[in-house]
Design a protein around this ligand. Structure first.
Ligand code: NAD
Length: 401
């Protein structure tokens, strides 16, 4: 990694090539944005099914991947492959833009091909990215690799035409990043900021980012609010997701946020948890003037124009008749790779989390899992990776390598 001057005269780490791992909405959004902003070659690693082939065909036919809507960019990829040996070597930075359940397998596939001293990040990190990544790198003797993560995906985005065009529906104003070793964030954040083209705040550690993951509160919390009392009858009108939140639902979200703040209060002074902000504060900072009425948590959701048109996840069971889709990411990712990860930290720290427990138990029932008991080891919790006590977890977080 070399430090160089950019066209605007600033100095920061320069890269010749990066690789983005994933073939979904976020990956197809980041490719052209990163290629334009970094002015370097961007490779794409897409091992799932025939995605690499479909992406190559789309890019070829369209003359590049194109992002439209709230952000505009178009760029050709350097190379697209389902074989890590073709796209990982030569990349100083590798970014996983994947649902969290694909992190570990992907890391295992790419680790043998990583350049010495490479940076590997997850956007978004979700909870416990460091616990799952460190053992994989250790198995392969790759302690030279720096890890980083982002608090959330900066864009609400959907593929419109696979391999050709993505629509960006909303952009966050600022997102926090963390690294491992934590002290390297001073180098990592400016590069990530340049790559995504948004202000990047810094979090004290990936541990802090696990607690600062707001998707873990918003997604399961709104699912709970919308559907905990659903009686099984199909409905004809699909509710708005974020803007469909009612006052009672906003209280559920506030209680989940209070549980996270209780963990922060217990651990403040031991670790830098300044990035772990109450949900209402985060929402106003992340969305800025898109929020027309910032006065309450409820109004900040319902008046946020970035959320316009986003519907609850449903399945159509007969024409025009819908039921909730409980297998959606909002539960299947954000509970085992989010809420359950933070709740596990609370448990080790001796902090009560009544709202989290209620939502995790309900979501678990819907997913056929008991994340607070029998199936806890399926969630990305510290104990699954041999971190059995708070002291071990803090020592792991503070390791320089
Ligand atoms: P997506 O559904 O578009 O991603 C699916 C892609 O992930 C697949 O196409 C495949 O390329 C890859 N993938 C899935 N399972 C895999 C596996 N087992 N092995 C290898 N690759 C696999 O997801 P997305 O919308 O790009 O979201 C990525 C992350 O960002 C998720 O954590 C999501 O929750 C988060 N996020 C997305 C948005 C959004 O607007 N898209 C907004 C906020 C956060």
């Amino acid at each position: 990694m070399t430090v160089g001057s950019w066209r605007d005269g600033t100095e920061a780490v320069k890269v010749n090539k990066i690789t983005i791992c994933g073939g979904g909405n976020g990956a197809q959004t980041l490719v052209p944005i990163a290629a334009r902003n970094l002015g370097c070659a961007v490779d794409l690693y897409a091992p799932l099914g025939d995605e690499a082939q479909r992406l190559r065909a789309g890019v070829e036919a369209h003359g590049g991947l194109e992002v439209r809507g709230a952000v505009r960019a178009k760029a050709r990829t350097h190379r697209i492959s389902a074989d890590p040996a073709e796209v990982i070597p030569g990349s100083q930075v590798v970014v996983l833009v994947l649902p969290a359940f694909a992190h570990e397998a992907t890391l295992r596939q790419i680790a043998p091909y990583l350049e010495r001293g490479a940076w590997v990040g997850a956007i978004p990190a979700r909870g416990g990215f460091d616990y799952c990544a460190v053992p994989v790198l250790q198995e392969q003797g790759r302690e030279d690799v720096t890890l980083f993560g982002l608090q959330t995906l900066p864009w609400a985005c959907r593929v419109e035409e696979y391999g050709r065009q993505v629509q960006v529906l909303g952009v966050k104003k600022a997102v926090a990043a963390a690294s491992r070793p934590a002290a390297r964030i001073g180098q990592v954040a400016p590069l990530v900021e340049r790559m995504v083209g948004l202000p990047i705040g810094t979090a004290g550690s990936l541990f802090a980012l696990t607690l600062a993951n707001t998707g873990q509160l918003i997604h399961p919390g709104i699912m709970y609010s919308l559907f905990a009392r659903w009686d099984g009858t199909p409905f004809g009108q699909v509710p708005a997701f974020y803007q469909g939140l009612d006052a009672e639902g906003a209280e559920v979200l506030a209680s989940l946020s209070d549980d996270v703040q209780a963990i922060r209060t217990r651990l403040d002074g031991t670790l830098d948890l300044s990035a772990v902000q109450p949900l209402h504060d985060w929402l106003l900072r992340a969305y800025g003037e898109a929020v027309a009425d910032p006065s309450t948590l409820h109004s900040a959701f319902t008046s946020n124009s970035a959320y316009t048109g986003l519907k609850a996840p449903v399945r159509e069971v007969s024409p025009g008749q819908f039921i909730p889709d409980f297998s959606s990411r909002y539960l299947a990712e954000d509970v085992p790779f989010g809420l359950a990860a933070s709740r596990a930290i609370a448990h080790l720290a001796g902090v009560e989390t009544p709202a989290m427990d209620r939502v995790i138990a309900w979501a678990g029932e819907r997913l056929g899992r008991d994340y607070l008991g029998r199936d806890a080891g399926e969630a990305r919790i510290p104990e699954r990776y041999g971190l059995e006590t708070l002291e071990q977890l803090i020592a792991f977080t503070m390791e320089r390598r």
